[in-house]
Write a protein of this length. Structure first.
Length: 137
């Protein structure tokens, strides 16, 4: 039995768009295809491109990220007001560190009480059910 896949968030838009464009092309050209195979092939391409994306973002954050001068003062205001802050992302630490250093300075980690990287899917029930193998320190 095939697993149902959720493609309903902003991060899935490029993948969904490519799948839809390929399906349109196949229909227009009257090409037979297996939807599950198409999904698998496109997903694998995105996974292979992921490493390139992270390497590029780490090397050239100014090309991919918008540095908002209000970000750091905003986060500092939250911390000063006693608010608990967290950052959760699917990205590896190296990408987050380079990105956040670019956007908020080298002391960006002081702005968060909890930082979770390589979280997998934030909609993954295991992450919030406590069975994802998180090492909280």
């Amino acid at each position: 039995m095939a697993k149902m896949v959720q493609l309903a968030d902003i991060f899935s838009k490029p993948e969904m768009s490519l799948i839809a464009a390929i399906m349109d092309y196949f229909h227009e050209q009257d090409i037979e295809y297996q939807p599950e195979s198409l999904f698998h092939d496109v997903s694998m391409c995105f996974k292979l491109a992921d490493a390139t994306f992270h390497k590029e973002t780490q090397s050239h954050p100014h090309l991919y990220l918008h540095r908002d001068p209000e970000l750091k003062p905003y986060l500092e205001g939250l911390v000063a007001a006693g608010k608990r802050t967290f950052l959760i992302t699917n990205a590896p630490f190296e990408t987050v560190d380079k990105s956040m250093t670019y956007m908020a300075g080298g002391d960006w980690r002081q702005l968060f009480d909890i930082i979770i990287v390589q979280a997998g899917s934030v909609s993954d029930p295991e992450l919030f059910a406590g069975s994802a193998g998180l090492d909280l320190q």
